[in-house]
Design a protein around this ligand. Structure first.
Ligand code: ARG
Length: 401
């Protein structure tokens, strides 16, 4: 029986050419798998037809946009996950859901190998292959660009020679990856890290320098999940889309960073994640009033570690699963409303309310109604500083010898 290979298919030039390229190199039949994670653009049916036109024996398209929002974006939001303090893991969280569908398709169509279009220099190859090893340990992985010498020039020549139904002339100098959680742009002009991004790079966000009138929005959460916007019930997918639109119009969520890739390279990336950044900001502010201090401090550490694990391709790992359990436990009381103003590139919270809040007006107030017993502060401070005071006494003693 001819070997069958499942290919992660985007509909673009490289993966379109990869269908025939792998077929020839490996003498295998190729099944193209396209996954909708809210990237927009062409319809899945158009992509499916192109895959078949390029020689795929089967083309499987999965509408995973709600699955992606519920099971990948929402956990990222609950973790307030920002890799290196900046990056909301746009591409990193899409790989595991794509992997899930690749492995499912491999089972369904009797494939022994999974192929993806990543190069050998990035994080995504790691995320795909570690994910596949975990969910389908019997499956092999190949990357035609990395393993079968499928360069851009060869891809164009191959497409023209075979008359593939794909445009080869449109020259985009950037490498772009996008989904409903955000958009990532790299390479070309941006590789000089002193070069400021030009306006044409952006798509999800408008220029914040010339914003429309301020937009005030109220986001309601239940146990850490966004459930309503301005009082209108929404699914997580709808919440992200609505805020992509409204925060995007105000230029919120533009990020320009040099980040540490897992493979040891520092690389420059431009992100736009208006919905994600507005949601994370609102969610964090709701946590500030609903999560107890020590739990909150520890959660920040857990969230950072969670972001590193996910960035590093460990979505399906035991540690990630354990951290998820901790984070989930912290979300029990993260319910209530956050009001924020979106304007000129910023999402600024200006009101919060929650039935499960820990904010106690009678403890906080400096006006009448104060129930805080200030006389207890003196003794508390004496004991709180005791340990450091004893140590500093020792330091003075030793230095004086
Ligand atoms: N640097 C990001 C990450 O590793 C995005 C990778 C894909 N970026 C791209 N422009 N194609 O998660």
């Amino acid at each position: 029986m001819t070997e069958r290979i499942v290919l992660a298919y985007s509909g673009g030039l490289d993966t379109s050419v990869a269908i025939g390229w792998i077929g020839e190199a490996a003498g295998a039949e190729v099944i193209a798998v396209a996954v909708d994670v809210g990237q927009g653009g062409e319809s899945l049916e158009t992509i499916r037809q192109r895959a078949l036109g390029c020689g795929a024996v089967e083309a499987y398209v999965a509408d995973a946009s709600d699955e992606f929002a519920n099971e990948y974006c929402v956990p990222t939001l609950k973790a307030n996950a920002l890799y290196q303090g900046h990056y909301p893991l746009v591409s990193a969280i899409s790989r595991p859901v794509i992997v899930k569908h690749l492995v499912k398709a491999a089972r369904e169509f009797g494939a022994t190998t999974v192929a993806h279009g990543c190069t050998g220099k990035g994080n995504d190859q790691v995320r795909f292959e570690v994910g596949i090893q975990t969910l389908g340990p019997d499956l092999k992985c190949i990357a035609p660009v990395r393993d079968l010498a499928l360069t851009r020039d060869k891809a164009i020549a191959f497409a023209e020679e075979k008359g593939l139904p794909i445009e080869t002339t449109k020259k985009n100098p950037y490498s772009i990856d996008q989904n409903v959680w955000g958009r990532a742009v790299e390479t070309g002009y941006l590789e000089d890290i002193w070069n400021a991004p030009t306006k044409d790079i952006y798509d999800y966000t408008a220029t914040p320098e010339f914003p429309p009138a301020p937009d005030e929005v109220t986001i309601s959460f239940e146990a850490g999940v966004p459930v309503a916007i301005d009082g209108v019930k929404v699914t997580p997918l709808q919440a992200i889309k609505e805020l992509n639109r409204r925060a995007g119009a105000q230029g919120v969520g533009r990020i320009d960073v040099v980040e540490d890739r897992l493979v040891g390279i520092k690389s420059r990336e431009i992100y736009e994640a208006p919905g994600a950044m507005a949601l994370i900001t609102a969610h964090k502010h709701l946590e500030d009033i609903t999560i107890e201090r020590e739990q909150a401090r520890f959660k920040a550490i857990v969230g950072q570690r969670w972001a590193e694990l996910v960035y590093d391709g460990q979505w399906f790992s035991p540690l990630k699963r354990s951290l998820d359990a901790f984070i989930e436990d912290t979300q029990k009381y993260v319910s209530g409303d956050i009001r924020m103003t979106l304007h000129g590139g910023q999402a600024i919270v200006n009101g919060r309310r929650s039935d499960t809040s820990l904010y106690d007006f009678s403890l906080a107030t400096y006006d009448t109604g104060d129930t805080f017993d200030q006389s207890q502060a003196k003794g508390f401070i004496e004991l709180w500083g005791m340990s450091a005071k004893v140590a500093s006494g020792r330091d003075i003693r030793v230095a004086g010898k």
